[in-house]
Write a protein that binds this ligand. Structure first.
Ligand code: EPU
Length: 346
């Protein structure tokens, strides 16, 4: 296919093309693009950083490259700051900016690739925090009508790596901006094992240094720095090795199935959920099946985190999906557990 190259617009670095593409730097361009008679009836794909998508082939349709920029404090009351960022703002830069402005709250989500507008779609999360914990509202344009809508958390139906936009709302909206609520009564979230270990290794320098032991708690900047260090140590930089972060969601199973598995596999890594079900660490399951670091053609399982599939150079989306299916098969055979892909596969 001739057309617009998407290699730089998906973090796996798949060398595919779109029949049509339009860079959206202003909202008006969005409606003009989707109403262009040349693309009438064609499928559409909204791409931010392309960090949560597997493009298995050329896209015979219109790709909307969201590059809307801008960030500001829209409101402040005695309890919180309300900070709005445009959909095309790079997520990590936005997090760093909020901290630099003296507004903590997003530090656990440092270094996540992608854009602000993509963050609500899969409700990004890491090291004990999910985006929905800091979410106030978002603004989106419905492509069919051109209407702008303002959606609160209930309408977005956030779940674990899930939202309305991955289901009923899929490809129907473009998220133009997101507003976050950053509470002024900030509390560190430093309990996640990897993060706690990193903070401890950094010693008291990573803390406020107050005399009272109980008050010795890490600053938001210390958490930010520790998260960046942990991610750099475990997760490949998409600019160096194509990937889309965790390729599978951590599966959630019922207590009865868990009991049986745990007896068989005493080292099983698990997290009890509020509803009585149990979340398992997919990375551990995959690792146990011997997949960590293994390659299948140009696709591979990352050597330091088995949940991350990588493009070693020149892999196709189909090759990565073939690897994913082989992993799903082995995990199903050994543990009777289904792994669900986290990125959207097209
Ligand atoms: N583990 C292994 N082998 C591996 C990988 C993990 O044994 O190859 C074990 C670890 O030792 C640990 C457990 O599995 O006991 C969990 O591993 P880790 O802390 O690395 O987190 P994860 O559950 O694999 C999730 C998110 C990540 C997020 C981290 C930290 C999902 C699907 N993934 O990974 O998110 O950064 O927790 O919060 O929930 C992403 O979504 O793209 C992503 C990177």
């Amino acid at each position: 296919m001739t057309g617009y190259p998407l290699k730089a617009h998906n973090t796996f670095g798949f060398d595919v093309r779109a029949q049509f593409a339009c860079l959206i730097e202003r909202e008006e361009q969005l409606l003009a693009a989707v109403r262009d008679p040349r693309v009438a009836g064609l499928p559409r794909l909204v791409l931010g950083g392309g960090s949560n998508v597997v493009l298995t082939g050329d896209f015979a349709g219109l790709v909307l490259l969201v590059a809307l920029r801008g960030r500001r404090v829209v409101r402040e009351d005695q309890h919180a700051w309300y900070v709005e960022a445009a959909g095309g703002e790079p997520w990590h830069e936005f997090v760093a900016w909020t901290l630099a402005q003296g507004m903590p709250g997003l530090e656990n989500l440092a270094l996540i690739p992608g854009t602000v507008g993509a963050a609500p779609i899969q409700n990004i999360g890491a090291y004990g925090l999910e985006m929905c914990d800091r979410f106030a509202s978002l603004r989106a344009i419905e492509l069919a009508t051109g209407n702008a809508v303002e959606l609160g958390a209930d309408a977005c139906r956030f779940g674990y790596r899930d939202s309305f936009f991955k289901r009923e709302g899929r490809e129907r909206f473009v998220i133009t901006s997101v507003t976050f609520r950053l509470p002024k009564a900030w509390q560190p979230r430093a309990g996640y094992a990897d993060l706690a270990r990193e903070l401890a290794a950094r010693g008291p320098g990573a803390s406020t240094g107050q005399a009272d032991d109980a008050a010795m708690q890490p600053t938001a900047q210390a958490i930010f720095d520790a998260v960046v260090a942990v991610r750099r140590a475990k997760l490949p930089d998409p600019l160096e090795l194509g990937n889309a972060g965790s390729f599978f969601k951590n599966p959630v199973i019922d207590a009865a199935q868990f009991e049986v598995l745990k007896r068989r596999e005493p080292e099983l890594v698990s997290y009890p959920q509020a509803d009585g079900r149990i979340k398992l660490a997919a990375g551990w399951l995959i690792d146990r099946c011997g997949w960590k670091g293994r390659t299948m053609g140009a696709a591979a399982v990352h050597e330091r985190q088995a949940l991350v599939l990588v493009n070693r150079g020149g892999a196709s989306g189909a090759a990565v999906l073939a690897l994913a299916r082989a992993i799903q098969h082995d995990v199903r055979e050994r543990f009777g557990v289904e792994l669900e892909a986290e990125p959207v596969c097209l």
